[in-house]
Design a protein around this ligand. Structure first.
Ligand code: GLN
Length: 447
């Protein structure tokens, strides 16, 4: 598949020919179920879009039954920016319902397969975007990351996934899951493409009240040869699988070879991250999902009166994982439990932020796992808690609002990709991309 950088040099005829070929390629791989639809807006370079980002006149459903029939009346800010830069939304990709999940199994449209092994999950919730890029069915894609949903599927499918600093990319037009954690970001074949796409979609937006008043760009200043101080976390990775530990050792050595200074640091036991995240995320999700009442959007199930219509619409429209989170979110926000759970989770969130700040007083980047293992097989998790634990290495980054980039390091004995992430301090995307580009060159991963 051609890179985004190369695609930017094609003329109109070449681009149209490429799009026809791309369409045929996608149609030849229906079993992957990476795309829900292939519809195209504009004449530019085709980019795959996760099904929770508004594209005018598209059906946009967040992978849910409750939004069947909803047609978006407007473009998300990231889509406007893409169109302005000669890119065009091309196909919407499959995802876990309302971005809740780590496997893309909870989609109303059925599961997506991992392109490297069809009996394994592509990761989630941006599994469709990751599988599309990983299978050579997209030049690049947009995903969203609330607790790892760009970085983890990127790692499972052998591609690059980048979560920007909170506030760098406008959330206007992103179907909200947990508003204080959500960020849209690029999913690409390599680090340079991620920087190019990041530059296109980022920047201040008056339509998002949490948007940072910053517009600095990174891709024309990329420098893979900068010498950096990079933290490794020997104790933090102890519970990861041998595959991940091997990749971690390989990446650490590669960073040393590239002339970086490696220092050992520690982060607090990640088990607290899971609790703080699932309390915060479900509390916010409960509030955000209240708008799906069958009156304003999508799929209405008419009952005998108004209340019955609400109940029927929501009972039939939401899947089990979403219902579980609505219940959890209401529980942690209810009087009597609010202080014990919600307030406590916010305190833990502050501790996590402080811990990262302390490390970043001394280093430029942190090297961390993305997930505890390679992509799991379908049906491997026997309960939701096991799935939640697979987010253990990604969610603290969202709780702290930091930028991070997941890139492929190697493949295990079964041929499954292993990805790792670099984490930078808030708003230091330049250092993040510089370090990642250097590591990518040193590792020389072959898909
Ligand atoms: N797996 C996490 C969750 O289910 C993260 C999802 C995401 O980043 N959207 O909440």
């Amino acid at each position: 598949m051609i890179t985004l950088k190369k695609a930017l040099t094609l003329n109109k005829d070449e681009l149209n020919k490429f799009k026809e070929q791309l369409k045929a390629k996608i149609e030849a791989r229906p079993e992957l179920n990476a795309y829900i639809d292939i519809n195209n807006v504009g004449e530019g370079i085709p980019i795959a879009i996760k099904d929770n980002i508004q594209v005018k006149d598209w059906s946009v459903t967040s992978g849910s039954n409750i939004l069947q029939g909803y047609i978006s009346p407007y473009n998300a800010t990231v889509i406007e920016k893409m169109l302005g830069a000669g890119l065009s939304p091309f196909g919407r990709t499959n995802m876990d319902e309302f971005a809740m999940g780590s496997t893309t199994e909870s989609s109303f449209y059925g599961r997506t397969l991992n392109p490297h092994a069809n009996d394994r999950v592509p990761g989630g919730s941006s599994g469709g975007s990751a599988a599309a890029v990983g299978a050579g069915l997209a030049i690049a894609a947009l995903g969203s990351d609330t607790g790892g949903s760009i970085r983890q599927p990127a790692a499972y499918c052998g591609i690059v996934g980048m979560k920007p600093t909170y506030g760098r990319v406008s959330r206007y037009g992103l179907g909200a899951y947990a508003s204080s954690l959500d960020q849209i970001g690029p999913m690409t074949q390599n680090v340079e493409d991620a920087a190019i796409l990041y530059d296109i979609i980022s920047g201040h937006d008056d339509k998002d009240s949490t948007s940072a008043k910053m517009n600095d760009k990174v891709s024309d200043k990329l420098n893979p040869n900068r010498k950096l101080r990079i933290a490794v976390l020997p104790k933090y990775i102890e519970n990861a699988s041998q595959d991940v530990k091997d990749a971690y050792a390989q990446a650490t050595q590669a960073l040393r070879n590239a002339g970086h200074e490696i220092v050992e640091k520690e982060l607090m036991d990640a088990k607290y991250d899971i609790s703080a995240y699932y309390i915060t995320a479900t509390a916010e999700a409960t509030t955000n999902l209240a708008r799906y009442d069958g009156i304003r959007y999508g799929n209405r199930k008419v009952g005998k009166d108004l209340n019955d219509t609400f109940v029927k619409t929501r009972s039939e429209g939401f899947g089990n994982e979403v219902k579980r989170r609505i219940l959890l979110g209401n529980f942690v926000l209810s009087s009597g439990y609010y202080d014990a759970y919600y307030v406590k989770a916010q305190k833990v969130r502050h501790l996590i932020k402080d811990e990262y700040a302390k490390i970043f007083n001394d280093v430029d980047l942190i090297l961390s796992p993305v997930a505890p293992s390679v992509a799991n097989k379908f049906g491997e998790f026997s309960n939701p808690m096991e799935m939640y634990l697979s987010d253990i290495y990604t969610i603290s980054v969202n709780l702290a609002g930091l930028p991070a980039l997941s890139l492929p390091i190697n493949k295990n004995a079964d041929g499954m990709p292993v990805g790792l992430q670099l984490i930078a301090k808030a708003y230091d995307e330049q250092t993040l991309f510089d370090g990642a580009l250097g590591l990518e060159k040193e590792i020389n991963y072959a898909n």
